[in-house]
Design a binder for this molecule. Sequence first.
Ligand code: PXP
Length: 253
Amino acid sequence: MSSPAPRSNPLRLGVNIDHVATVRNARGGTAPDPIRAAREAVAAGADGITAHLREDRRHIRDADMETLAHVLTVPLNFEMAATDEMIDMAIRLRPHAACLVPEKREERTTEGGLDIVGAHDSLLSRVKRLGQAGIRVSLFVEPDEAVMDAARRLGAPVVELHTGSYCEAVAEGDAARTAHELGRIARAASYGAGIGLEIHAGHGLALDSVGPVAALPEIAELNIGHALIGEAIFVGLGQAIRDMRGAMDTARA
Ligand code: PXP
């Protein structure tokens, strides 16, 4: 059997396993095990694993993050608020990457991107500490050209563009808003890559919305969680990941 041709601008899939931990925590026991999910995701083709250790530990817990940092054979993306507690933990665990996100206690999921323009001064030393520890810093931000400039000023090598508004527009069947939101992502990706940033994207992506984002040539990585874990209930985690990977590859080709 011939092996697939190498892709000239590969698109990585980072699988977010937070909601495996959400289900585990609903019963207070040990199953389903997010570490097992991470291993299955890697076996199914995930290029990396993302886990978000929230301040309230509502899904991923400290012990999960410690184990992931030690056992994973693919890059770990440690998603976190830009607090001293989290930065200290990341520096101790040395994940491949740290994705800094805004975090509000009452929100259901991460709402909106990080205000890196307003919070420049407080973020600067934190981005620097992580970078000096050899951790690739990614800033989860709104798709906007001025925000790309702000990320560069902070010295972050990577931005993750928030795709939530685009995915909401797709879900609502609002074609005009979908085109508008996709245009924002495309412009920010193109501008950001042009000034030397590595571009990731994520939040809310599902099989019916991933294609147009995956098709943007500047995007190097998509981080997807909820849709994959939800679909896993029906088709299994491995199949859900293979289906997503297939949709991404088709769009990129
Ligand atoms: N990227 C970031 C920075 C996120 O906060 C999240 C949600 O945890 C995701 C990607 C994945 O979003 P979803 O679970 O909706 O696929």
